[in-house]
Design a protein around this ligand. Structure first.
Ligand SMILES: [Zn+2]
Length: 202
């Protein structure tokens, strides 16, 4: 493994982490992003407790999917097991984005994230899919990792909302997972505002 190993996907992770932070979908230390590596059965993930705005490709962690061991790089995000379990159940998923996107959480709490409401928007209909939910579970726990992976084992699902916490979104690429995070957040923003205007009922 030379220095240029997986350079493109590692650069994409760093870029996506900054974009999610700058768009306000994550705070500086929250959220995490991963993508499958070309090396064995492993994935690159953002490191634990790291300011997303100053992240570089050297800061990423490479984790083995079969052993759950870190192969190289920094200590992985505390949610690395969630990513690992998702890769184990979804061979069509190559990237995962975990956000703390606020409008999505508000819309979920208000019961607005109903498929028929979300899919009034053409982009949401085109790029999203099933959105599942898991109850309040300890962040970083194996219990949470397994509950999220169980929901995503259904190939129709593209996102899981973790009650009181945030969202995990999957894609065939980082671009697709990132786009889904943004479309879901914009859709949620639309629904929250329509509810505030009294156009739709909570
Ligand atoms: Zn989180």
């Amino acid at each position: 493994m030379g220095i240029g190993f997986d350079l493109e996907v590692r650069t994409k992770i760093v870029d996506a982490a900054k974009r999610l932070y700058l768009r306000g979908l994550n705070s500086s230390m929250s959220g995490n992003i991963s993508t499958r590596s070309s090396y064995r059965k492993s994935f690159w993930i953002t490191p634990r407790s790291f300011d997303k705005a100053s992240l570089t490709i050297e800061d990423l962690s490479l984790v083995d999917i079969e052993t759950a061991n870190r192969i190289m790089g920094a200590e992985p995000s505390s949610e690395y097991r969630m990513h690992l379990k998702i890769y184990m159940v979804r061979d069509d998923v190559n990237a995962i984005v975990h956000t703390h996107q606020i409008y999505t959480m508000i819309a979920h709490r208000a019961g607005l994230l109903r498929r028929e409401l979300l899919e009034e928007d053409y982009e949401a209909r085109a790029y999203l899919g099933g959105i599942a939910y898991v109850p309040r579970l300890e962040p970083g726990s194996l219990e949470l990792a397994e509950a999220v992976a169980r929901q995503l084992a259904s190939r129709e699902n593209v996102a899981v909302i973790m009650d009181g916490h945030g969202v995990a979104l999957v894609g065939r690429s980082i671009d697709e997972a990132l786009n889904r995070a943004e479309i879901l957040e914009m859709g949620a923003m639309r629904l929250v505002n329509l509810a505030l205007l009294g156009v739709i009922k909570v």
